[in-house]
Design a protein. Structure first.
Length: 236
């Protein structure tokens, strides 16, 4: 399946994240896909209109991997941008800080027949950001983001910090980065911290999703506001 190539594809995971994107860019109409809805909208970059596809992939590694490959096959983007949220490790990062992801690691792999470290290395991805010019349009914390098909577990946070040097985690970045790298496509992942998880549990773990929803709106609004400036930093 091929269509007219678009240089930039912005992929979004959680429904609460997509709600903010839909409100801003979906006014020209939304189209369905096997994974989620999408739309195409111009983004003004220093007075130049860049046509961008915004695609709702869905949550979790399975949806993220499959939908990222779908986006790459369909539009052949030169750059895949993932804007989204993450949970921060209390004491390692501040709420609403933005992580510019340099490396992803899928941490919820349990290998008991062979080398567990080799299994972790297999799905780890280093993101080459040499094409991204500084200064960046907002303060960021560059580094590792760990991904797993699970919310962060308070008891595991000290281990993730000590073992990997991580400061935050999410569900999808590891899959998105892995697929983009296998296709030789540049990938920019920016994740804002919505909530912190520490020894006393998680700020958002009240069963209502209300805290996460309100924080996701704050994070996504900031990231979408800055998107044109981030794209202006790309050395094409």
């Amino acid at each position: 399946m091929t269509e007219t190539a678009i240089r930039v594809a912005v992929v979004i995971s959680a429904g609460q994240e997509w709600d903010v994107v839909r409100e801003r860019f979906g006014h020209n109409g939304l189209s369905p896909s096997p994974y989620g809805e999408w739309c195409i909208s111009p983004v003004d970059i220093a007075g130049r209109a860049e046509t961008v596809v915004f695609f709702h992939e869905g949550w979790g590694k399975i949806a993220a991997a499959a939908a990222t490959q779908y986006v790459i096959d369909r539009w052949q983007p030169h750059l895949v941008v993932n804007l989204g949220t993450c949970g921060g490790f209390e004491g390692a990062i501040a709420r609403e800080a933005v992580v510019l992801v340099e490396r992803t690691l899928v941490y919820d792999i349990i290998e008991q027949m062979g080398d567990p470290e080799a299994a972790l290395r297999h799905y780890a991805t280093d993101l080459d950001l040499s094409w991204l010019m500084e200064p960046y349009p907002m303060p960021v914390q560059r580094g590792l983001l760990v991904s797993g098909d699970r919310d962060l577990v308070a008891e595991e946070v000290p281990v993730l910090r000590a073992r990997f040097g991580a400061a935050a985690g999410d569900w999808e970045s590891g899959a998105i980065a892995y697929v983009a790298a296998r296709n030789g496509v540049r990938c920019l992942i920016l994740r804002g911290v919505t909530d912190l998880v520490g020894a006393d549990g998680g700020e958002a773990y009240d069963g209502s999703v209300a805290f996460f929803r309100s924080q996701a709106r704050i994070v996504m609004t900031r990231l979408l506001d800055a998107l044109p400036d981030w794209l202006a930093c790309v050395r094409w």
